[in-house]
Design a protein around this ligand. Structure first.
Ligand code: SF4
Length: 301
């Protein structure tokens, strides 16, 4: 069995920056409560590491960032890499909170494009419903219209001077399908593709895999970009794809009797988790023994 370590994979610069910002903030304000507005990234290992530094999280998938702010009364609030709307910034300022902004520069660039265009036209924003990044971008203006599928495009009406753009972590393939549906209705619309470079190169690396029997994506089940990588692998024709959180979720039947197994990970997945899986699979390929070492199990439970 050959193990293919897909490159590039794992942490992107936006996630590294957000984690460093969180660590620095916890050190800088030792006497203040420090709260993250939402999950720093969708990965429980990263969240647990931040908790050990004393950072508290307010998170509830049923609530918007604006509503979650009601649960922070004092101290420091950290905005995650996904970015926030102006209403969230204004509410945090009105509450007298110290604001630390870890919004990814790529998301800030999308916000700038959207804000400038919404001053004189409509923006069709391709994104995921209830995702923090789309919530933050759609909240920039009432002229930003969220579409999640080609079917949503048919429901839009009365738009003028249209810009089409998108959430940074979407699938290249799905996004292009929705852009095509928009252009079929509004051929003169301006298209500004905003899938970030980190997402694009990770997806392209999966699309370019040849003769692969299994694709293992390491990531949290809630991580959008990890799920997208799995979906890209499926659409690229890889017969079996799976998303696993850590080596503990790896089952022998996933890889038994396979010739080529590729391993990648989402941009919110710590590289140590992926390396652990690659090392384990290499050992399995060498010995045929599917036994997890006790010391590995104890670090992950
Ligand atoms: S996935 Fe892209 S947009 Fe999101 S934090 Fe990473 S670099 Fe920034």
């Amino acid at each position: 069995m050959e193990i293919i370590s897909v490159i590039p994979r794992g942490y992107c610069q936006g996630v590294v920056r957000a984690i460093m910002t969180a660590k620095r903030t916890a050190e800088q304000y030792p006497d203040q409560p420090v709260t993250m507005l939402g999950m720093i990234v969708h990965n429980r290992f990263v969240v647990e590491e931040c908790r050990r530094m004393g950072i508290r999280f307010v998170e509830n998938p049923a609530k918007s960032r604006l509503e979650l702010l009601d649960e922070i009364e004092e101290g420091v609030v950290i905005f995650t890499a996904h970015g926030v709307s102006d209403a969230v910034r204004e509410k945090a300022a009105a509450k007298g909170l110290i604001v630390v902004d870890a919004t990814c520069p790529d998301v800030i660039r999308t916000h700038t494009i959207v804000r400038e265009h919404a001053a004189h036209g409509d923006v069709i924003y391709i994104g995921k419903k209830n995702h923090p990044e789309s919530e933050g971008t759609v909240g920039l203006s009432s002229r930003v219209h969220l579409v999640t599928s080609a079917a949503d495009v048919e429901k839009l009406d009365g738009l003028e001077n249209i810009l089409i753009t998108n959430q940074t972590t979407l699938s290249l393939i799905d996004t292009q399908e929705i852009i095509d549906a928009c252009l079929a209705r509004w051929p003169d619309a301006v298209v500004c593709k905003e899938i970030c470079n980190a997402t694009r190169v990770r997806q392209e690396a999966v699309m370019n895999l040849k003769d692969t029997d299994v694709l293992i994506v390491v990531g949290d089940p809630r991580s959008n970009n990890s799920n997208q990588l799995r979906e890209i692998g499926r659409k690229a024709g890889i017969p079996e794809t799976c998303l696993i959180e850590s080596v503990l979720s790896l089952k022998e039947e996933m890889v038994k009797n396979k010739n080529r197994v590729a391993v990648t990970s989402g941009s919110s997945t710590p590289n140590s988790l992926t390396t652990q899986i690659i090392t384990f699979l290499q050992e399995y390929a060498r010995t045929g023994q599917f036994i997890l070492p006790e010391e590995v199990i104890s670090t992950l439970l």
